[in-house]
Ligand binder design. Structure first.
Ligand SMILES: Cc1cc2nc3c(=O)[nH]c(=O)nc-3n(C[C@H](O)[C@H](O)[C@H](O)COP(=O)(O)OP(=O)(O)OC[C@H]3O[C@@H](n4cnc5c(N)ncnc54)[C@H](O)[C@@H]3O)c2cc1C
Length: 205
């Protein structure tokens, strides 16, 4: 999995939005320690959490499964643009056939679990899909035999309030292992000076 932070709002913008309420703009230190403390106090401690919605992050997320995608898409307070199987399944058409031992070559298309039997069955599903595409059946019909492990990528934009909710729910050990990994990768990709606004559970918690 690869997570790249494409853009984010500066802390100064969020602090300024908060200062709108009291018209205390003269107290700004341009995203410095005073602004950081203000955002945490108002947004987190006072639970005036809508102020955190001024902080926006756009991530590019690669090499995740469609199983993960359907869980990520349940987080409604976010925006997604996802690689379309309708337009991209042709990438598989020119591949040589896969045997279930071709773990490395199939990893270009599939998220592997490390469980041999699961991964081998997943590769058989990939080969079946390749055969279907080879007959000329349209991508829109062929996609119905995609395995859940098939890789996808997307642009994901989310505000800090919703990201807090996501990281809390999805870094928990009760969440799907792959989405736990995503939660950690998203946290790691955050700007260092924003991390204090977020809590993430460690794998040991
Ligand atoms: C461990 C785990 C297991 C899960 N298992 C299942 C499962 O078996 N089946 C299943 O279907 N889903 C399952 N889910 C998904 C879960 O039910 C949520 O859909 C998902 O976690 C998104 O959470 P959310 O609604 O808080 O996020 P968002 O949709 O991003 O919403 C963020 C917040 O906005 C508010 N909000 C959003 N929409 C509304 C609304 N319509 N009304 C009121 N408030 C709203 C809520 O405060 C919400 O917490 C699971 C999630 C986890 C973490």
């Amino acid at each position: 999995m690869i997570v790249t932070l494409k853009q984010h709002t500066s802390l100064e913008v969020c602090a300024s939005a908060i200062r709108t309420c009291w018209q205390s703009f003269d107290k700004s230190d341009n995203g410095g320690e005073k602004d950081r403390e203000l955002i945490d106090r108002v947004g987190n401690k006072f639970k005036h959490a809508s102020t955190l919605e001024h902080l926006f992050y756009t991530f590019y997320i690669q090499d995740v499964s469609r199983a993960l995608l359907q869980e990520l898409a349940r987080h409604r307070i976010a925006s997604l643009s996802v690689k379309s199987t309708r337009y991209t399944l042709k990438e598989l058409k020119n591949e040589e056939s896969f045997t279930c031992k071709d773990i490395q070559r199939a990893s270009k298309y599939l998220v592997m679990t490390g469980i041999n039997m699961v991964d081998e069955m997943s590769i058989i599903a990939l080969e079946n899909l390749r055969l279907v595409l080879g007959t000329g059946i349209s991508n829109d019909k062929a996609k119905y035999c995609l395995p859940e492990s098939y890789k996808t990528e997307l642009t994901w934009s989310v505000n800090a309030r919703s990201l807090q909710n996501f990281l809390t729910l999805r870094s928990d050990k009760s969440a799907l292992w792959e989405i736990q990994n995503l939660a950690h990768a998203l946290y790691d990709a955050l700007p260092i000076d924003h991390k204090y606004l977020f809590n993430i559970k460690t794998y040991e918690d």
